[in-house]
Design a protein around this ligand. Structure first.
Ligand code: SME
Length: 154
């Protein structure tokens, strides 16, 4: 097991009891953001966007100020929603449609958040201020974290 895998295992272990007893969706998302932001050194911004009236509206996040509304279909987050698949962008300059909420963001990973029926209701979006920071180990670890969300709140 490599160091990223070990790190995510530790985070999942720490989050499991916290999220199990969490009283709301916001409480769960805020807890996930706080842990990721403060424990994963290459994360520059972490947060959630949720679909409302055909727009993506920002939810809880940690990091610099972000766009509040992402207009369909532009950007990495919408691409992930529309494909219903995670997207890893090694260098945001190579993603023509990328929305730069902060010019310091250089690489990004976006993972759909699904309700109990499998419908995409939003995304987890994470940016780094360095290129090529996210890989399949981040995807696996972050997917494990999203699986801990109590979906009765979605
Ligand atoms: N880069 C995203 C927008 C959200 S920020 O990264 C916080 C996108 O292209 O959809």
């Amino acid at each position: 097991m490599n160091s990223k895998q070990k790190k995510y295992n530790r985070l999942i272990h720490q989050l499991e009891p916290l999220l199990k007893n969490s009283p709301s969706l916001n409480a769960q998302l805020a807890t996930i953001n706080a842990l990721l932001y403060h424990k994963v050194p290459y994360i520059f911004w972490v947060g959630f966007y949720f679909i409302k009236n055909d727009e993506l509206i920002v939810g809880p996040y940690q990091g610099p100020l972000a766009c509040q509304v992402l207009t369909k279909p532009k950007g990495v987050c919408w691409a992930s929603v529309l494909k219903s698949e995670p997207i890893i962008v090694a260098d945001v300059e190579d993603f023509p449609d990328h929305i730069a909420c902060d010019s310091r963001s250089k690489s990004e990973i976006v993972i759909p958040v699904k309700d109990t029926s499998g419908k995409v209701v939003g995304v987890l979006d994470i940016d780094s201020d360095k290129t090529e920071q996210f890989d399949r180990d981040d995807l696996a670890g972050l997917s494990g974290i999203l699986n801990l969300i109590n979906k009765k709140f979605l």
